[in-house]
Design a protein around this ligand. Structure first.
Ligand SMILES: [Fe+2]
Length: 285
């Protein structure tokens, strides 16, 4: 076994242990009630307007469906994930951006879910970056299933979108754990030219993205901690304490970061931090 595979499997085993205690254990302690209640909670379609001075005029009014952290596995069936995707069908987004953690632990069959994303038929396309959970078992397979369904997976690179008179460059980076890792991946994506929107599972890349002139960064990963203080989604009490930017909209200079609290969960409990799909409208101003 080469060293990178060994490293991945050590990470996987660690995640498997955490999964046993946090994801399943908590639920067992509650006699199954936590998961029943968690599964019955609806996912919000949350509409957010973002205005920034450096947003290209030709992209004024762009509507993005931002999906993240579905965590398909024990806490999210593929059928429920598909239902969640269908919530945004009536929103008619221009583009669908998924910032990763589609799989929770063991990579399931994700083809039908990715096909449901493509069936939304956003005129500017469907894009995905991988999260840390996607890479636990088989990130390559997650990427292959997405590409086979017609989703462009951005792996430290960018893509050019031309739609009518509008053109845009979207960049995306693989899971990068530290700010230094994020910087490296973002610089790699920027080698091909400037980027209008960056997808990065980890919000820790934002400062560098802003300093490199990227107007908008979309992230997930934090789940907003899943447990937050009332009316203060970024004052979280759990998972995301080591993240300065854990939920909602942030500024650095003229650039903006939006961190979604995600549609799925790592443990079957959310308080003051409902699961969401974000519908973003981006304007210049
Ligand atoms: Fe996640």
């Amino acid at each position: 076994m080469d060293s990178s595979r060994k490293k991945r499997s050590t990470k996987f085993r660690r995640a498997q242990l955490r999964h046993f205690f946090v994801t399943r254990g908590l639920n067992r302690l509650s006699g199954g009630r936590l998961l029943d209640r968690h599964s019955a909670e609806s996912v919000l379609v949350r509409r957010i307007d973002i205005t920034m001075p450096n947003w290209p005029t030709q992209l004024d009014g762009l509507r993005i469906a931002h999906i993240s952290d579905l965590h398909v596995g024990d806490l999210m069936s593929i059928e429920r994930a598909i239902e969640i995707i269908r919530l945004i069908a009536d929103e008619q987004p221009d583009i669908v951006c998924n910032t990763g953690d589609v799989a929770d632990l063991i990579c399931p069959e994700l083809g039908p879910l990715f096909k449901a994303c493509v069936a939304l038929q956003p005129p500017m396309g469907n894009f995905l970056v991988l999260g840390n959970h996607d890479e636990l078992d088989d990130g390559e397979r997650v990427a292959e299933m997405a590409e086979a369904a017609g989703i462009r997976v951005l792996r430290n690179e960018q893509a050019s979108i031309v739609h009518g008179d509008t053109s845009m460059r979207i960049g995306g980076v693989d899971w990068s754990r530290t700010p230094a890792d994020c910087r490296k991946s973002i610089d790699q994506a920027l080698r091909e030219g400037p980027i209008d929107i960056l997808l990065s599972h980890n919000p820790k890349g934002f400062e560098h993205a802003a300093e490199r002139g990227i107007p908008l960064t979309l992230s997930g990963h934090t789940h907003g901690g899943q447990i937050a203080r009332k009316n203060k989604p970024d004052a979280n009490l759990a998972l995301a304490m080591n993240h300065r930017r854990s939920a909602g909209l942030y500024k650095h200079g003229d650039s903006r970061l939006f961190v979604t609290v995600g549609a799925g969960a790592l443990f079957p409990l959310r308080m003051n931090c409902p699961a969401e799909i974000a519908m973003l409208t981006i304007t210049r101003g």
